[in-house]
Design a protein around this ligand. Sequence first.
Ligand SMILES: [Zn+2]
Length: 329
Amino acid sequence: MKDAVGNMELKNERFADFLLAQNQSWQLSANNYRGLKSVEEREFLIEGCKIRVQFNPERMRSSAAKVDSSSIAARKCFLCNENRPAEQKSLDLSNGFLLLVNPFPIFSRHFTIPSKEHTPQLLIHSLRPLFEIARNMVVYTLFYNGPECGASAPDHLHFQAGENGFMPIESEFEVMKLKDETLLFRSDNLRIWAFDGYLRKMISFETSDLEQGVKAIENLCARFSEIQPEKAEPMMNLLCYFRDGKWVIHLFPRRLHRPWQFFEEGDRRLLISPASVDFGGVFITPRREDFDKITASDIEDIFQQVSLGDDEFLKLKMSITNYKLQITN
Ligand SMILES: [Zn+2]
């Protein structure tokens, strides 16, 4: 056991050391990580849920990114080897993915994890590598932004990772999961919960078995695809981390990319483009005026707009209940 813990720490030091080395040789990245130490935050408690708001001007390029297909076709992919800055090095994660330092951080250790291949952002065939990487990066939380849910490179498959414990959701889930009425499925090594009273809609999985976890998510996504048949993949964000021998996955089903406030002008504008980190409980505001003026009711309203509607969420919940029947028969 002691050895296992020792190995784990060693593995994680490898990522922290890589970040340190990058910041010694890459000025842009070093400046932005230094700037993060003085980043301003506000905190809201809304219906018992903690939401922090981070003022982070360097995230403008991500929040305001044009991700329509013609804009994407007109630019060079910044995740492909040949287009990345010369200073940006990579670690080979040996399952088809590379680990890069994200030079525009939200987290004090923030990585981008692109596929080695330039292939579209789709989750369904990438669940196994996601689980494997999460297991190898135990003090990190991995996240996935769907192609229409905040990924600024929808044409190049990638995850991101930031240190565990940064997003309020991780500790809130430990309390929320104790409410029996939210637990929809239970077997020896898999549990599935659905939460609709958590400002946003969320389905959470906890499993000690990689294959069972992957199958349960695939099953849910298949049902979700029937609800959004026009999409290459149903709209979602996802967080995944490995803790005490189990994977925890939070999936946020969505119906909208950006809220109406994003497209307004003048005082009514709020430049907020919600993605995994916002769903994890940390709202990113790249503009000072939005950071100053955002209210609890704006946050509630934005979550309400972009989360899946009540009727559709009920269908997903029913598919989880039916899943129980499928595997017990
Ligand atoms: Zn690419």
